[in-house]
Ligand binder design. Structure first.
Ligand code: HEM
Length: 273
């Protein structure tokens, strides 16, 4: 199915949502968990079966209770007030009209924007990077919501190494460069023992998006900072390490590649017009 046409009114709504997200993220200091939410919604994509992806399905209990999504309900709930500014339409109604989405969009923009919950998740991820000093990631709206949750186990396991990272990210249709650039998302936030079993931040300023993740990685173990087995795998594998070294010495190169990879991630399962 082709992506729906997004009209001028819808674009105005995206603009308003973007401003509301900036305010929310600034006031709650929740950029890291917003980025993680966007990534975990999108990162379930399977390029072969064309299932999963940036389709908002993580809003369902079936999916946000997956072990790897521990804690993300907090982010889903934080986004509710922004979503609630649009008319309440039942999901039951929504399923009835899914095939008529394009016509409905043209007839009723408010309804349409409610339908596209997913855009909020991905918009939140893009805004999280932007407001913490990272690159601007191009955002094209128009993703469709899905109620089909992928099976558990499609996201990476932090205890594994390079072959596992490749299995998972290649399944999404992403590349070695995407793996390393996107891992730089760990320049934000921290691990929580009660969520993942890991503890601590990757960088000294976890609310600033920059290339410090790569600088810290090359320094080796540093007092108080976290390195997951999957982070260390980026050093051990020569193809990955090439990018780690590049991004550590050239932040502009990191920002350019990150912006491209994040856009790809945010559009998994979605073909913009
Ligand atoms: C947090 C694993 C890739 C963004 C975490 C945590 C783990 C993890 C275990 C800690 C969760 C917690 O305890 O709260 C991994 C693995 C990856 C990966 C194995 C494979 C490469 C990514 C990517 C992004 C990302 C691609 C975004 C582009 C984040 C952020 C946090 C986080 C922002 C901090 C969340 C917070 O502070 O609440 N990740 N991650 N991660 N991850 Fe990843």
């Amino acid at each position: 199915m082709a992506a729906p046409v997004v009209d001028a009114e819808y674009l105005r709504q995206v603009d308003r949502a973007r401003r509301a997200l900036r305010a929310l993220i600034a006031s709650k200091g929740c950029a890291p968990i917003m980025l993680r939410l966007a990534w975990h919604d999108a990162g379930t994509y399977d390029v072969n079966t064309r299932t999963g992806g940036a389709n908002g399905s993580i809003r369902y209990e079936e999916e946000y209770t997956h072990g790897s999504n521990a804690g993300l309900k907090i982010a889903i709930d934080l986004l509710e007030p922004i979503k609630a500014k649009h008319p309440k339409i039942t999901y039951a109604d929504l399923y009835q009209v899914i095939d008529n989405l394009v016509e409905l969009a043209l007839q009723n923009c408010e309804f349409y924007s409610y339908l596209l919950t997913t855009s909020y998740f991905q918009l939140a991820g893009v805004v999280a990077v932007e407001v913490t000093g990272g690159p601007t990631v191009e955002f094209i709206p128009g993703r469709r919501d899905s109620s089909v949750c992928p099976r558990e186990g499609r996201l990476p396991d932090a205890k594994k190494g390079a072959p596992h990272l490749r299995d998972i990210f290649y399944r999404m249709g992403l590349t070695d460069k995407d793996i390393v650039a996107l891992s730089g998302g760990h320049s934000l936030g921290k691990a929580h023992p009660e969520r993942s079993g890991f503890d601590g931040a990757w960088t000294r300023d976890p609310l600033k998006f920059d290339n410090s993740y790569f600088l810290e990685l090359l320094k080796g173990e540093s007092e108080g900072l976290l390195k997951l087995p999957t982070d260390k795998a980026l050093l051990d594998d020569p193809e990955f390490r090439r990018y780690v070294e590049l991004y550590a010495k050239d932040e502009d190169a990191f920002f350019k590649d990150y912006a491209e990879s994040h856009k790809k991630l945010s559009e998994l399962g979605f073909t913009p017009r």
